[in-house]
Ligand binder design. Sequence first.
Ligand code: IDP
Ligand code: MG
Length: 134
Amino acid sequence: MAFERTYIMLKPDCVKRGLIGEVISRIEKKGFKIENMKMIQLDEKILREHYAHIADKPFFPGVLDYMQSGPVVAMIVTGDNAIKGMRNLMGPTNYDEAKGGTIRGDFATSTGENIIHGSDSPETAEAEIKRFFS
Ligand code: IDP
Ligand code: MG
């Protein structure tokens, strides 16, 4: 088991629906720690950096709008295998595949509006923590 730090973000739908406490509770009950946390409004510039890997997708303009539709909660989450562990707790990107018991399986309303972001590798975790916490 390796100690890791990952970037987690509670998306605007999570905040609007009053699910911040529910989701944070699941993260803490799993044994992960919140090292840092802040509520912020994202702008198009930081979103174009953060979502550069999907910039050519037809759904990208929708993601830009959705992610600026209200504040997000940005967090650094730590623990053993926190990167993969948080992805497992979140559930998969694809709405149809997100099983009950996962955060997305229980709360996402579509593949786009899916409550939570989590880094997908040690490299992206490092870059995303730097992007949102420096
Ligand atoms: P991830 O959030 O599970 O890492 P990514 O592939 O990195 O998934 O996509 C980033 C975000 O773009 C997703 O969380 C979701 O909000 C949105 N997205 C991804 N694929 C689709 C899609 O097929 N339709 C609509 N939105 C999507
Ligand atoms: Mg991703």
